[in-house]
Design a protein around this ligand. Structure first.
Ligand code: RB5
Length: 148
């Protein structure tokens, strides 16, 4: 299950991502927003990120104007690993090396076709484990207040 959320800038792009996921046979759950009225991205980023942290969803794709604000908000939820991407290479590597579980994109930064390509690469890439797992464990340790 993929959590989806956006602010007022990302509604059209989110609809396109919904269609992409439908085409890939992937289920999604929408955490809003769906009215093109100025709103606060932390609310929706938080709700979708919490669904990932709680295990209700496996991944999330979040959209705001830059992808940055909603990404910062989502990354405050313990247990998630957020990547904000505007290129395919970073998106794919963020999964293979960082096991990212939340992708954020900027509706004012990337076009819809590129966003769909980024999402496709991100969703289909697989975590490689090994030395990368050790580093992810270190990130979790930081999150738990441990010293490195
Ligand atoms: C909204 O104007 C804009 O600030 C928001 O979509 C996002 O880009 C914040 O990071």
């Amino acid at each position: 299950m993929i959590a989806l959320a956006c602010d007022h800038t990302g509604i059209e792009m989110k609809k396109e991502i919904m269609k992409l996921l439908d085409g890939m046979g992937l289920e999604w759950k929408d955490f809003g927003v769906n009215e093109a009225v100025s709103c606060d991205y932390p609310i929706y980023g938080y709700r979708a990120a919490k669904a990932v942290a709680d295990g209700e969803c496996d991944h999330a794709i979040l959209i705001c104007g830059t992808g940055i604000g909603i990404g910062i908000a989502a990354s405050k939820v313990k247990g998630v690993r957020v990547c904000t991407c505007s290129d395919v290479y970073s998106a794919e590597l963020s999964k293979r090396h960082n096991n990212s579980n939340i992708l954020t994109m900027g509706a004012r930064v990337v076009g819809v076709d590129l966003a769909k390509m980024i999402a496709t690469h991100w969703l289909t890439a697989e975590f490689e484990g090994g030395r990368h797992q050790r580093r992810i464990d270190m990130i979790a340790a930081i999150e738990n207040g441990e010293e490195l």
